[in-house]
Design a protein around this ligand. Structure first.
Ligand SMILES: [Zn+2]
Length: 337
């Protein structure tokens, strides 16, 4: 029962996208194969920020993809070491990747030597195409096997198609380039004066999230396990799993700078995400125990200042908090039985 309701919620989210653009009617008759598509326009430059000795970020100002932002909704992170440059999440299109490469070139002449995709949501890997085009098809693309399989399968094409629709075809020309190097918890990647250490603690935002630590810098790139003033897509995730993963990331590292894929990096991200999830999940657990139905869960959660106090500052709160809390309620309900 709960599974079915969850699937219904997930379906509603997909159907809630922007209307299909008519732009494709203008394409010539031979268009169709990826290489023949007229590519979307370049993406406007976003300045690159230095977060620590080795870590840089091109930050997405917006929380959701639109025709105006051309899909720029997630951060692109670079680890610049003596022996190489690794990009963690590549943005939502070929054009976004190309923009982030322009920014990278203002801080280093070194080539990107590897790509990490933190999970299978398209805003984190559709830009792989741009990096492979710039640095060669042989550069390794690291991800968990489950992430690779999702991108190789229907999840890959549905994200590419959805991004075209949401951006009114601005991401046209983007090819699906899935990861090819399976990694798991404990993998390390040395870059000379910096090291990448990979962490995975079960289902959090998706079943296959990988976090990347740079221990020399006290940095942890968390993908979507944590966000800053954003509402995550939790359809494939777990509230309790995220809270557990956060605790394990704290215990396993000496992190001072948390780098999310959405929002600002810094020390504050940790408390922001943990308190929001704890507030929502505790309220939903209480509601289930007291027999309050799904429809009452949001009001219950909003009684907690850790939840309601974040409404003002969070992008897309009003349109997404209902579904977000419903998913937590269904998880709390399943945990009771
Ligand atoms: Zn995600």
């Amino acid at each position: 029962m709960a599974i079915t309701r969850r699937n219904v919620l997930a379906g509603a989210a997909v159907a809630g996208g922007l209307p299909l653009a008519t732009y494709n009617l203008c394409l010539p008759a031979w268009a169709g194969a990826d290489d023949d598509v007229i590519p979307g326009p370049p993406v406007k430059d976003q300045p690159i920020q230095k977060l620590s000795a080795h870590v840089y970020m091109v930050e997405a100002p917006d929380g959701f993809p639109t025709p105006e932002n051309q899909g720029l909704m997630s951060n692109i992170i670079f680890i610049v070491g003596r022996d190489g440059v690794i990009v963690i999440d590549t943005g939502a299109s070929l054009q976004i990747a190309q923009m982030s490469i322009r920014q990278l070139r203002t801080v280093t002449k070194g080539p990107v030597t590897g790509i990490v995709n933190t999970h299978y949501h398209g805003d984190h890997w559709l830009g792989n195409h741009g990096f492979v085009e710039a640095y060669g098809k042989d550069i390794p693309i690291y991800a968990m096997a489950g992430t690779r399989k999702a991108i190789e399968g229907g999840t890959g094409t549905s994200w590419r198609d959805a991004m075209l629709k949401w951006t009114n075809q601005a991401s046209a020309g983007t090819r699906i380039v899935p990861p090819g190097k399976d990694i798991d918890h404990g993998f390390t990647l040395p870059l000379g004066d910096a090291t990448l250490r990979f962490h995975h603690y079960g289902t959090a935002h998706t079943p296959f999230d990988i976090a990347v630590e740079v221990p020399e810098d006290g940095v942890m790139c968390v993908g979507d396990i944590m966000m800053d003033r954003r509402i995550a897509n939790m359809e494939d995730g777990s509230y309790q799993g995220t809270l557990d993963a956060i605790d394990k990331l704290i215990a396993a590292s000496k992190t001072s700078v948390w780098v999310p894929a959405h929002g600002d990096a810094g020390v504050k991200v940790l408390d922001w995400q943990r308190s929001l999830f704890a507030g929502i999940y505790e309220a939903c657990t209480r509601a289930v125990k007291q027999g309050i139905p799904l429809e009452g869960a949001l009001a219950e959660a909003m009684k907690d200042p850790r939840v309601s106090g974040k409404a003002q500052e969070t992008k897309g709160w009003a349109s997404n908090i209902g579904k977000y809390v419903s998913i937590a309620y269904l998880e709390a309900e399943q945990a009771q039985f």
